[in-house]
Write a protein that binds this ligand. Structure first.
Ligand SMILES: Cc1cc2nc3c(=O)[nH]c(=O)nc-3n(C[C@H](O)[C@H](O)[C@H](O)COP(=O)(O)OP(=O)(O)OC[C@H]3O[C@@H](n4cnc5c(N)ncnc54)[C@H](O)[C@@H]3O)c2cc1C
Length: 371
């Protein structure tokens, strides 16, 4: 009896392109080149828009995924073991408290550091190429699968203009405070009467600040440094670095794909920063996209519009629910502020004391609603 074994080796010369070169683009590019897929990143401009006062809170399961499938960021993260939430409405009482047996809950990393690590690791990768051109549309026919992360290019204007959007009438102010050394492993979020204010530790003597201030028509009319000092109850502040501001909007695209073009990153779902979930959603999207792509490669199938169709089917509804739940938190505190009552906060406080509910909140923040 003869056993015939056929070994079929699929020649892997798959090539995709990604438009835009922000954080989502480079993270996805690195995930793909790690799978030996050729990636061309095409951008309109040579200088990326990277911010030096911003940090990212990344959940534990996403940090693990990043280290295993993208690039090792263990040396750059500051691990947090506890998150405490306060509200002006309950004076100095704690509203919620999240911790998990002194384990890492979230990690904070500086935006520019993670960007530089990705950029460096891609620059000498043989599967990676960067192209600069303002005529992005002319490149579309060269690829079976194109991914767009840039909301100012011609592709976005032409194919991805239908979205459900919301303007918060708010600005997010970000900075870094330098303070005396303390054991700095607890993040604090205060729902102040002006909007949510987060203190996010990045070392024992530095803490990043994200203050989203609502109903603000003129951002120059508010003294953010004074408000940070007013609400700070923990740090002996030596210096508050330059304050940067961003207008806050949220939106979800109605359709994730057009022919062989898939929209990606903040372009798909931009959310309010109060829960620190924007980039976390993109990392979860990358996990799913990578699974779809790996399956196609294993079956010897091309990477084409079927990838974007499958991705959209799997994720659009889940992401929509998740984005809306973040908006709901924002509206909840807004509503209570307008009510001038603390009844809602008191109910949330009582609910948060229940260990199963608290565990559920922690899991949702770590993994996303339905993952
Ligand atoms: C204040 C704040 C705090 C945040 N904190 C967290 C957090 O803790 N955790 C978390 O998970 N997420 C957080 N986010 C969300 C996170 O920063 C975004 O999800 C992420 O940076 C999006 O990256 P992106 O590449 O998709 O989009 P972008 O960075 O917008 O880039 C997309 C493309 O557009 C181009 N582009 C962008 N802006 C301009 C411009 N002005 N002019 C020209 N071109 C431009 C870029 O170069 C790039 O090609 C926060 C957001 C804000 C505003």
């Amino acid at each position: 009896m003869y056993h015939l074994i056929f070994v079929v080796k699929i020649k892997n010369n798959m090539r995709v392109c990604i438009f835009g070169s922000g954080l989502s683009s480079l993270t996805l590019a690195k995930a793909l080149v790690n799978q030996k897929i050729y990636v061309d990143v095409i951008d309109r401009k040579k200088v990326a828009n990277i911010n030096y006062s911003r940090t990212l809170g990344i959940s534990k399961s996403n940090v693990d995924f990043f280290n295993d499938y993208i690039v090792d960021i263990r040396k750059n993260i500051w691990k947090l073991r506890k998150i405490e939430i306060f509200t002006d409405n309950l004076k100095k009482e704690k509203l919620l408290n999240f911790e998990n047996n002194n384990e890492q809950l979230f990690s904070i990393v500086k935006n520019h550091e993670i960007y530089e690590i990705l950029d460096k690791s891609l620059s000498n990768n043989k599967y990676f190429k960067k192209i600069y051109s303002s005529n992005t549309i002319s490149y579309l026919n060269n690829y079976d699968l194109a991914i767009n992360t840039d909301y100012l290019n011609q592709i976005n204007i032409k194919y991805f203009n239908k979205k459900i959007s919301k303007k918060y009438n708010s600005f997010a102010f970000t900075t870094i405070i330098r303070h005396k050394n303390i054991l700095n492993k607890t993040a604090v979020q205060i729902f102040t009467k002006y909007g949510p204010l987060a203190f996010l530790p990045i070392s024992n003597n530095e803490t990043s600040i994200v203050y989203s201030i609502h109903n603000l028509k003129n951002k120059n009319k508010i003294n953010v440094k004074e408000l940070i000092q007013k609400y700070n109850f923990k740090y002996d502040i030596k210096k508050i670095e330059k304050i940067e501001s961003f207008e806050l909007k949220s939106f979800s695209l109605r359709s994730y794909s057009h022919a062989n073009i898939l929209a990606f990153g903040d372009l798909l779902h931009k959310v309010h920063p109060l829960a620190g979930q924007g980039f976390n959603m993109t990392i979860r999207d990358i996990k799913i996209l990578l699974d779809i792509i790996k399956e196609k490669i294993n079956l010897g199938l091309p990477l084409d519009s079927s990838v974007s169709d499958q991705f959209e089917k799997k994720l659009r509804h889940k992401n929509f629910i998740f984005s809306n739940s973040i908006d709901l938190i924002h509206e909840f505190f807004n509503f209570e502020r307008k009510l001038k009552s603390n009844i809602l906060s008191k109910s949330v406080k009582a609910l948060g004391k229940n260990p199963s509910v608290n565990k559920l909140f922690t899991k949702i923040a770590d993994r996303g609603v339905l993952f």
